[in-house]
Write a protein that binds this ligand. Sequence first.
Ligand code: SF4
Length: 213
Amino acid sequence: MVTTIDIKDIVSEAVCRYYLSSRRRSDDSTKISVSEALQCLRRSFYDRTNPMCSINIASMEIGTAVHRAVLERLADYGFVIEVPVSKRYGDVTIVGRVDAYHPDLDVIIELKVVSKKVDEPPKEHMAQVSIYMDIVGCRRGYIAYLSTDPRKPLWVYEVRKNRHLVDWVVERARKLSHHLREGTEPLPEPSPLCAFCPYASMCKPLLRRKRFK
Ligand code: SF4
């Protein structure tokens, strides 16, 4: 007899299978995506070498359906959406997907669906737009935050390309590439996001942080 627990397991597995297939990574250790370079490098390493999922992280992907639907509407205004881009920086190629690019207006937009009000874009978001501007050769970049918080449901922030942030992303990509080639784990980069990381039990970032204090 099927039980509630069986159904929960089936749904949980289906969500995780979707999550893992949507995050399939390249096998080429010299090709690093912008998102791999910007998240915890240790997590990016595990995503390639030992991919795992947990239901709490997969459920956070619900915003991607809204993200995709809004991007499709932007296409009605002359934007090309989800544009694959890549550029070689020395021994590493950085790859990515620009949410929306308008060739006539020379503008890119990164759309972020968030669950709370954003007052200041985090460094990672600014770096993401900066590197995309560098790859595309585009002069104007924006981040549009679409939030479920009614106090600030939509906020658009103009990003000026920042050379320092571009170099920072390239350096992180090089570091990950090196670890993938050598088969060695990058150091953990503990943050509040560890609470949603599927590798937390093998990484044990809090224990390590304590040990190094
Ligand atoms: S638990 Fe934290 S430090 Fe460890 S891999 Fe995940 S995000 Fe990185």
